[in-house]
Design a binder for this molecule. Structure first.
Ligand SMILES: [Fe+2]
Length: 313
């Protein structure tokens, strides 16, 4: 590590932009139409990975005036400020409606996007819950703090926006999800360091499941008018030997540079995937009963056109 810290603590305690997410409360008009939406959604094919089903779902939701009017009022997820949609629209329990509506919410907020399946399980919506067999790298299956990382870091094309719905928080507290405040980091970092993040060729190594392939990637670039930081320390080659990466790590792991987002049951966090997310330490032990453990459900969204090209080398 470095004798001389580039990042001085006093500067980090003086935020220049707010570290609070945009909070949205579902209005009564939307809560009132949930029973009819539940009924309509239940008629759809349950395979949410099909593009045709996603189109039907989007049409069905936009066909409901209360839903469409509300969606028009929501902030865009293509922003460095995360959004928290507070509980009330049916995400308080994990059932088929909640999973379908999560996809529907993603498609409603960005009608030009689709929700791709996860490679493991081939599902549009998957869950985050501690399992006894997980490794320290499986953030979605362990109960450890998760360092900042992008979703789909070593996939050929990472997703654009992440959606996490809290079904149950950890009963002992803690385990908050955080999103890196990239605007703050880029305001604070020296220009020469930013240029190194943008211009240097970095390499990633895919997971064992994906063959541990070594591939070049761009750490920081402008995508859709926003900075996209493709970050995951444990899969980046020679991380500890690269000064620009270690300095980035200092900034990206500092709590003052995070939106800290405690999620209660039914809350949904929506954020730009170019701002990495992480999980803080939980307080106390993981419940023995799986039904009592912290649980999130999640999906990602990707523009249907023009997105993959951003990630070609
Ligand atoms: Fe994650």
């Amino acid at each position: 590590m470095f004798q001389q810290r580039l990042v001085s603590p006093p500067a980090l305690t003086a935020p220049s932009v707010s570290c609070q997410p945009n909070r949205v409360t579902p209005p009564r008009e939307v809560i009132e139409v949930l029973p009819s939406l539940r009924e309509a959604v239940s008629q759809l094919d349950s395979d949410l990975t099909k593009v045709s089903v996603q189109s039907e779902l989007k049409a069905l939701l936009f066909g409901n005036k209360n839903w469409a009017d509300w969606i028009a009022t929501l902030p865009s997820p293509v922003s460095l400020k995360p959004i928290v949609l507070e509980s009330g629209i049916g995400f308080e329990r994990d059932d088929e409606f909640a999973r379908t509506l999560l996809v529907g919410l993603a498609l409603s907020l960005q009608p030009e996007n689709f929700v791709p399946p996860y490679s493991v399980g081939n599902l549009a919506v998957t869950e985050v819950i501690a399992k006894g067999t997980a490794t320290e790298y499986s953030h979605s299956e362990n109960d450890l703090p998760a360092p900042p990382h992008c979703a789909g870091f070593f996939e050929p094309v990472p997703p654009q926006v992440c959606f996490f719905t809290c079904i149950r928080p950890h009963p002992g507290g803690g385990a908050e999800t955080t999103v890196v405040n990239l605007e703050r980091i880029l305001e604070f970092a020296p220009q020469a360091l930013i240029e190194e993040w943008e211009n240097r060729e970095y390499q990633l190594r895919t997971s064992r499941r994906l063959g541990e392939q070594v591939l070049p990637f761009r750490l920081l670039q402008n995508v859709n008018g926003l900075p996209f930081l493709r970050y995951r320390k444990e899969y980046t080659v020679d991380f500890e030997q690269t000064r620009a990466l270690c300095l980035l790590e200092e900034l990206i792991t500092h709590p003052a540079n995070h939106f800290i987002v405690p999620l209660k049951a039914g809350d949904t966090l929506i954020h730009w995937n170019g701002s990495p997310h992480s999980r803080m330490a939980q307080s106390g032990s993981t419940p023995v009963e799986i039904e009592a453990r912290r649980k999130l459900i999640r999906c990602r969204s990707v523009p249907q056109t023009g997105w993959a090209e951003n990630f070609h080398q």
